[in-house]
Design a protein around this ligand. Structure first.
Ligand code: TYD
Ligand code: MG
Length: 466
């Protein structure tokens, strides 16, 4: 993308990163500081889609009618949970994720289920031919009555086709492949992505039909055609997972009709994505309770408690500065916990490399996992295992105190449900009673928690084994 020569009066230059417009070409965007991001674009002469017209004057809020049936549940419990109970008619939902993570697979599965339960669904692909989609469908054992396929990228053709079909759900795979011919920009550029999304949005609202669009993410993890897209759509979902793991998390980061933060857990199998309805069990399934440097925490993903294993390994630094590596836990929390362990508990970690790891590819951002991180580090450093029947919940403060965490009752009932015997909880704010067969151990600081949580004796000893 070099500097073009003369531009005609009808073109402008648009930054492909942030959408900033300029009359002349710029080497660097003054807004987002991206180099070489301006692309010459023909100004669209089409009138932008409008939702309100003169026939629709402003309405008083009390007079606006809502329909209880506006939201219909999907026959996929995990997906429903993420959407906050179901799909809202007329909503535009973006589902994005790395290439090959399973977006097309998930959307095809959802399409088939909706076609079965609610009527015609159209699946429009700009990436695969009908033949390729059929092959995938056979793999998923989708028969596909009332599921219509269309391999098309011209948004005007797409809109006229869906107008004719009047489906109950539209799927566009992916937004980066569709384009509006009257705009000079290439498909996937910010102008195309924005214009096409606006047109789909307009159609969805006018016809009260939900639309799903799949979107790619760029190298640095943002949705390509970047943030503008997230502003336009009603719902933004991310499908994420580790390349080496079959588990996929569907995460909601924006939802105009419900809560965000909810996650759904799926497993990629021979026949597509299968819902995982007991994720705690899955994340703990490979746990080997005797291991040193491993503890279990009860973390919240949205409103759902999840038990996950946190592992830590400490080794003497052989050269230079000690290194800290965080996989799945927040790097700054790891530094904080390490500092508190050094200063308040007296563990000499200053000459140790520390690696902390969340197993199963989950990422934990919340401070309630602090105590688990601390126990794992202390366990590895002292070469003593953590009580295998114990789960740790608590935020660590700078003076080594344990701080209360939100929704302790939910976390604790998940601990009891999975059959653990003991749960370390912060002393402050314990107002809950222990579920049956679970012992709640309130502790006020990190030193005390480590005294209770680590099993006495060397790692190899079998005493205290439960
Ligand atoms: P896909 O849905 O094409 O990903 P995206 O649309 O996000 O790029 O997923 C493709 C991957 O999923 C591919 O690596 C194969 C795998 N897969 C399965 O493991 N099982 C299946 O039943 C299907 C259809 C795909
Ligand atoms: Mg795909």
């Amino acid at each position: 993308m070099g500097k073009p020569g003369k531009s005609s009066a009808k073109t402008i230059f648009v930054c492909q990163q942030c959408g900033r417009e300029s009359l002349k070409w710029l080497g660097r965007c003054p807004d987002c500081q991206q180099w070489n991001s301006f692309v010459e674009t023909v100004v669209s002469t089409a009138t932008p889609p409008r939702i309100s017209t003169l026939e629709h004057p402003p309405q008083e809020l009390s007079q606006v009618v809502t329909d209880a049936a506006d939201r219909f549940p999907l026959p996929m419990a995990e997906f429903n949970r993420v959407l906050g109970g179901g799909l809202v008619s007329g909503s535009l939902a973006l589902i994005s994720g790395d290439p090959g993570i399973g977006k097309s697979t998930l959307l095809l599965q959802v399409s088939a289920l909706i076609a079965r339960d609610r009527g015609k669904v159209i699946y429009i692909s700009g990436e695969e031919t009908e033949h390729q989609i059929k092959l995938r469908a056979e793999r998923l054992e989708v028969t596909g009555e009332r599921l219509y396929l269309l391999a098309e990228t011209d948004i005007e053709v797409i809109l006229s086709q869906i107008e004719q079909l009047q489906p109950s759900l539209v799927v566009i795979d992916s937004i980066q492949t569709v384009y509006l011919p009257e705009i000079g920009a290439t498909p996937g550029s910010i102008t195309q992505v924005r214009e096409c999304t606006l047109r789909l949005m307009h159609w969805a609202k006018l016809n009260s039909v939900p639309v799903f669009i799949a979107g790619h993410v760029t190298k640095d993890g943002a949705i390509a055609g970047p943030r503008v897209l997230e502003h336009i759509v009603d719902v933004v979902l991310y499908l994420e997972g580790e390349a080496f793991s079959a588990y996929r998390l569907l995460r909601c980061v924006k939802n105009r009709f419900g809560s965000t933060n909810e996650v759904g857990v799926f497993e990629m199998g021979e026949r597509g994505l299968v819902e995982v309805d007991n994720p705690s069990q899955v994340f703990l399934s490979q746990r080997w309770g005797e291991a040193v440097g491993s503890s279990v925490v009860s973390t919240l993903e949205g409103s759902r408690p999840l038990l996950v294993e946190i592992q830590a390994l400490t080794t003497p630094t052989s050269f230079g500065l000690p290194r800290r590596t965080a996989n799945g836990v927040d790097f700054n929390r790891l530094l904080l916990v390490t500092a508190v362990l050094t200063k308040r508990v007296g563990l000499k970690l200053g000459n140790q490399d520390i690696i902390a790891n969340v197993t199963g590819g989950l990422r934990i951002g919340e401070p309630a996992a602090d105590l688990g991180i601390a126990l794992s580090i202390a366990s590895s450093f002292r070469d003593v295992r953590v009580d295998p029947q114990l789960v740790a919940v608590g935020e660590v403060g700078l003076s080594g105190e344990l701080r209360a965490v939100s929704q302790l009752d939910r976390r604790v009932s998940e601990v009891a449900r999975l059959g653990f015997k003991r749960c370390l909880v912060p002393k402050t704010g314990v107002r809950i009673s222990a579920p049956k067969a679970l012992e709640l151990i309130p502790v006020s600081n990190l030193r005390e928690a480590i005294g209770v949580g680590l099993v006495r004796g060397r790692a190899s000893s079998k005493e205290n084994k439960t």
